[in-house]
Structures are given as C-alpha cells and as structure tokens.
Ligand binder design. Structure first.
Ligand SMILES: [Zn+2]
Length: 72
C-alpha cells in the first residue's frame, strides 16, 4: 500500500510503499533530499526522526537483507 508522509523539514507531501501496516525504516524526501527514520503503526505515522547519510545507508542495507530473506 502507499503511505503519505509530510516532510518535517519542507512540508512537502511525499509517499512510499509499504508491505505491512507497520513500518520502521528510512525515508528520503523527494524534494529537499532530507533523510528520516519513520516509524509507522497501523498506517499511522508515529515518529519521524532526522537521519544521517551513514545511518541511512546502513538502514537500507538492513532493509535489503530483510527483503532477501523473505524471498527464500
Ligand atoms: Zn523535504
């Protein structure tokens, strides 16, 4: 499903797709390119924390690994 998210920095509405109703992972604003960690429960945004580039890369690796495991 597609979840809408308002960037806390530039107030631009963006969206990303999630597999489950809960999500805890990286998000990058398409407009200002700011990085965040978003936490979602039952399609509701619970928190949105600023994220460094290093941390973003690390989280993306974890997400990629998770996706890999799901395929097997
Ligand atoms: Zn933004």
């Amino acid at each position: 499903m597609i979840v809408k998210i308002i960037c806390p920095k530039c107030n631009t509405e963006g969206s990303f797709s999630v597999v489950e109703s809960s999500y805890n992972g990286p998000y990058r604003c398409w407009k200002c390119k700011e990085l965040f960690t978003v936490k979602m429960e039952n399609n509701e945004l619970k928190s949105c924390e600023p994220l460094s580039q290093d941390e973003f890369d690390r989280q993306q690796e974890i997400e990629a690994l998770k996706a890999k495991f799901k395929q097997h």
